[in-house]
Design a protein. Structure first.
Length: 124
């Protein structure tokens, strides 16, 4: 049961709750807004504080990016290049993988992964 609840929290974080930190779009988003949004999404206080601290560390030097993340309606609307960092913060602070986080890896034209495995001679 706890895993199911935590899974819903992670989904909320990845999809909606992080975005709700823009409650006052006339103000700049900050770590406190992230903490409030995370506790509103039922994240434990220590994890919410971790999220706020890590969002501030990652995006605090670029207020425009921080505000754009906060104003996004959907994770697809997050500024380019931020999704990996956001997923990493969520995973670090919650200890849970973000559902679907690995789904956006580029694939070859035939649907196969572009990853190549090489083995040394004599290895099977």
């Amino acid at each position: 049961m706890r895993s199911m609840i935590r899974g819903r929290i992670v989904v909320a974080l990845a999809g909606v709750a992080v975005l709700s930190l823009s409650a006052c779009t006339n103000n700049d988003a900050d770590a406190g807004d992230v903490v409030d949004a995370m506790t509103d999404a039922s994240l434990p206080e220590d994890q919410a504080e971790c999220m706020g601290r890590e969002f501030e560390r990652e995006f605090g030097d670029d207020q425009d990016v921080f505000n754009d993340i906060a104003a996004a309606d959907d994770p697809d609307d997050w500024p380019a290049g931020t999704q990996e960092a956001i997923n990493s913060i969520i995973e670090e602070c919650t200890g849970e993988p973000v559902p679907g986080a690995g789904d956006s890896e580029p694939e070859g034209q035939d649907g196969e992964s572009d990853t190549t495995t090489t083995t040394a001679a004599g290895d099977s």
